[in-house]
Design a protein around this ligand. Structure first.
Ligand code: ANZ
Ligand code: ZN
Length: 825
């Protein structure tokens, strides 16, 4: 035959897989089911190197499980709503659907070329009305459960893009997209009450531990941010000379350290909280107004940055410490956030670094109340947070930190000025967007009836087809609001004139449930068929980038729990195991336009072939690690593939030959490789499996050329194992080998080779152990024992211990595997 020709192999086997529907699960219950899902792509442009890596990894798992005899569901779809499509539509005066679906077709063709073992019949797009009908249904489930609500609150607003921004999208006070300074705007927005699920989102993570990357679990824990502490009420002293008959004003703080109450030396409220303007005296009001103007342009992340010089203004008021009675000056500052805890704090500079930095900037007193054994924070400028003994603290003196926390809570509770509490960093999920290209929120606003859900039989609320570029340009409200024909609707409840909600949903709502939809993607009666979900879900292996470590995964986990509570799912976690693949770098840096170090995937595929690119991705490093494309050799991969492929061409024994009579040495290598590969694959050490396959190829080539010869049955056995192992990473080459070897069906439906345990038994030899030249013991050891292992065994051998009788050892001479000579001191 001619040599290995990747283009010819791709042209042959790609269409063959598609025609024979090779990768759809049979779903008949004859085999145990497994579900592998890759985080679905966003349809911007064609696939890139990052997709190539991620999907190569997911496909290793899917193909391995099929070989192991599981019925595998491995679907694909597109997360196809979102702002880039809208911006492209504005630029071209087109409908966002045109750009979106054109890109999807391009990506789908690339996925097919890439040889992924996907079930194309389940393909879904979140922007299809058949899909978003059920996203709207999902919204209404939450609405009916009281988990979707509207509230007016200040949100990050980009005045140029005329849209709300998430905290993560505000960089140095400016819009991440256009650089315009961000302001806060009070808007009536839709929220999901994810905070109701904070405890469950935390506690259910215990079951994920060991199956999800620890750093992802840590990021989720941190995002949810459960802190136990106390609410403590401080009375604000009336302004001198005002009517003393007025009700006394109290402000509650949240603290995790009630033990430090006697160390509070000032009091701070969030500068942007209403409370600041309520408390400020006339004399200081102007300062506050000016200060707030500055604060408006900062993101929460910047406000909390530890390296910024602290800023703030005195409000002219005093708060009374409920335990000590001390008067504390009240300040407004930006490092206290309006929407965390109560938006007010007691400042304990000795034991909180932020408070200490503030105290040093404004010359406020510092008083240590926990003796931690460290130097005085007032002198060092370093707050102490450790355990220690309470001092300067009246009734708490002498207690340890933990007892003091409990005692302080008791004291404030007895005085009726506080109580223990739990606080979360997690906020409710703001899901409304003033954008066109998303699922419309299925609510109708009626002057008589208020908010009315769109009845299920009127779903989906379709996006109008008649809106193009100019209509979509930002004007500070949802583009849908300008489409009167679309907005006007009869109230489903009273029949009167009413208006549709004109916001659309955050695309994270779309992606929060798509893995459920894959199990019955064409269902017209329900979002998903509960039976199909029971058969397939939860996802056994989810694969995707760490950039989704928080939001997408947290939202999916939340929605799964809601649907469980609704009685529609019998599990509470959507993804049993998670794999985060690394990034593809070039020259040690992420690929980017500005660095000009981008590598074009399709060019790589043209040059080296799909299999060589896939194999390079997998071989470069463990899947979690980054791959630096400057350090790898796709041409080396191609050479290896050609070498493996030639084996199949050389094999001279017929299909079905019994390998038992074959060359034993080669059989030992084959069976060890297969046995180790299974363990390595279970452990996600895909790169090592490739390395071991390379060794098996070498051993087989040697057996053909200088050993047993091409007709030996062990050579066939080894080559079949190579084809099977290679099918995980080089599917075109492996498929062709398999057929050249005389098989009819697809290699991915071959069974994982059965390992003959008798071939795994290690061969042993007898090692002689001498002390001062005299034989003192004999040990049975593996032929390939290392020097170090043999030295250790020898020193511990009974005969040696007896002979040394407590004497030390000067030198040990090891000649593995047969001889050890120990020279006593
Ligand atoms: C007094 C104190 C003394 C505090 C001390 C800490 C150490 P976590 O663990 O993140 O929940 N805090 C409360 N509300 C705040 C807000 N809106 N903005 C900024 N900081 C706020 O942090 C809780 C602690 O952060 C609280 O406990 C409070 O400071 C501060 F030695 O109270 B602490
Ligand atoms: Zn009505």
């Amino acid at each position: 035959a001619a040599g290995w020709d990747f283009a010819a192999l791709e042209a042959t086997w790609g269409p063959w897989w598609e025609q024979n529907d090779v990768f759809a699960p049979v779903d008949d219950g004859s085999r145990e089911r497994r579900y592998v899902a890759d985080m679905f792509p966003y349809p911007s442009g064609d696939l890139h190197m990052g997709h190539a890596e991620a999907f190569a990894m997911g496909d290793v798992v899917a193909r391995y499980w099929r070989l192991k005899g599981y019925d595998v569901l491995h679907p694909i779809g597109w997360d196809s709503f979102g702002l880039p499509a809208e911006n492209a539509a504005i630029a071209r005066n087109a409908h966002p659907a045109e750009w979106t679906y054109a890109n999807i077709e391009t990506q789908a063709a690339s996925f097919k070329r890439y040889g992924l073992s996907l079930d194309w019949s389940r393909r879904l797009h979140t922007s299809d009305p058949e899909y978003y009908r059920w996203t709207q249904w999902l919204f209404l489930q939450l609405y009916r459960r009281g988990l979707a609500y509207r509230k007016n609150s200040p949100v990050n607003w980009c005045p140029k893009d005329q849209t709300v921004l998430a905290n993560e999208q505000v960089v140095n006070g400016a819009c991440e997209r256009c650089g315009t300074p961000v302001t806060k705007k009070a808007l009536n927005q839709w929220y999901f009450r994810i905070t109701d699920y904070a405890d469950r989102l935390l506690d259910d993570m215990d079951a994920l531990s060991g199956h999800w990357p620890e750093r992802v679990l840590a990021m989720q824990r941190n995002w949810i941010g459960r802190s136990t502490g106390a609410h403590v009420d401080f009375v604000i002293e009336p302004v001198a000379g005002t009517d003393s008959g007025q009700a006394e004003q109290k402000v509650t703080v949240f603290t995790t350290r009630p033990d430090t109450l006697y160390g509070a030396t000032f009091f701070v409220v969030a500068a942007d909280a209403d409370l600041a303007s309520e408390l400020v005296t006339d004399e200081h009001a102007q300062m506050l107004t000016a200060y707030r103007e500055e604060v408006k342009h900062l993101s929460d992340i910047e406000r909390q940055a530890t390296d910024r010089t602290k800023t703030g203004v005195f409000l002219g008021r005093y708060a009374i410490n409920p335990l000590s009675g001390e008067r504390l000056p009240v300040w407004a500052a930006d490092y206290v956030l309006a929407d965390y805890g109560t938006g007010a704090i007691m400042a304990v500079p000795a034991h909180d670094q932020r408070d200490l930095d503030f105290a040093r900037t404004f010359d406020l007193p510092v008083r240590a109340v926990v003796d931690t054994g460290d130097e005085d924070p007032a002198v060092t400028g370093i707050a102490t947070a450790g355990d220690g003994t309470l001092i300067n603290s009246g009734p708490l003196d002498g207690l340890g930190k933990t007892e003091a926390i409990a005692r302080a809570v008791e004291l404030v509770a007895e005085a009726g000025t506080g109580e223990a509490t739990v606080n979360y960093r997690l906020r409710d999920w703001l899901l409304s967007r003033q954008r066109f290209w998303g699922a419309p929120i299925p609510i109708i606003h009626c002057a008589t009836c208020g908010e009315v859900p769109v009845p299920d039989d009127q779903l989906p609320v379709r996006l109008p087809d008649d809106m193009r570029g100019a209509d979509l340009a930002p004007h500070g409200q949802s583009p849908l609001a300008s489409n009167e024909a679309w907005v006007r609707v009869d109230c489903p409840s009273c029949g009167g004139e009413a208006r549709r909600d004109t916001d659309t949903m955050d695309t994270f709502v779309d992606s929060s449930w798509y893995v459920l939809r894959y199990t019955s993607p064409h269902d017209t009666e329900a979002a998903f068929d509960p039976e199909a979900v029971r058969r397939w879900a939860p996802v056994d292996q989810y694969v995707g980038g760490v950039e989704h470590a928080i939001l997408h995964l947290l939202y999916s986990r939340f929605i799964t729990k809601v649907l469980h509570d609704e009685g529609l799912l019998d599990f509470v976690e959507p993804f049993t195991a998670l794999l985060n693949q690394g990034q593809v770098l070039n020259g040690g840096r992420a690929m980017s336009k500005s660095l000009g170090n981008g590598v074009d995937l399709s060019q790589q595929l043209d040059k080296y072939g799909v299999d060589a690119v896939r194999l390079t991705m997998v071989f470069a490093s463990p899947p979690e690690d980054d791959v630096d494309w400057a350090d790898v050799s796709p041409s080396g991969s191609a050479k290896f593939l050609a070498r493996a492929w030639r084996l199949a061409d050389d094999v001279a024994s017929p299909v079905g030959t019994d390998p038992a009579a074959g060359d034993r040495a080669l059989r030992v290598v084959t069976h060890r490789t297969v046995a180790d590969a299974a363990a390595l694959l279970d452990d996600h050490k895909f790169n090592v499996v490739v390395a071991r396959t390379m060794e098996l190829v070498n051993a087989t080539r040697k057996a053909i050329d200088t050993g047993a010869g091409a007709a030996d049955p062990a050579v066939r056995e080894a080559t079949e194992a190579v084809a099977i192992l290679l099918s995980l990473v080089g599917p075109y080459t492996a498929e062709d080998m398999w057929h050249r070897l005389g098989h009819e069906g697809p290699v991915n439906q071959a069974a994982w080779p059965t390992v003959d345990a008798s071939l795994l038994v290690q061969q042993t030899v007898t090692a002689v152990v001498q002390v001062a030249g005299k034989v003192r013991d004999r040990l049975e050891v593996p032929v390939d024992i290392s020097e170090d292992a043999l030295r250790e065994l020898a020193l511990a051998a009974d005969g040696v211990v007896r002979s040394l009788d407590g004497r030390g050892v000067r030198t040990v001479i090891v000649r593995a595997p047969r001889l050890v000579n120990i020279v006593p001191a």
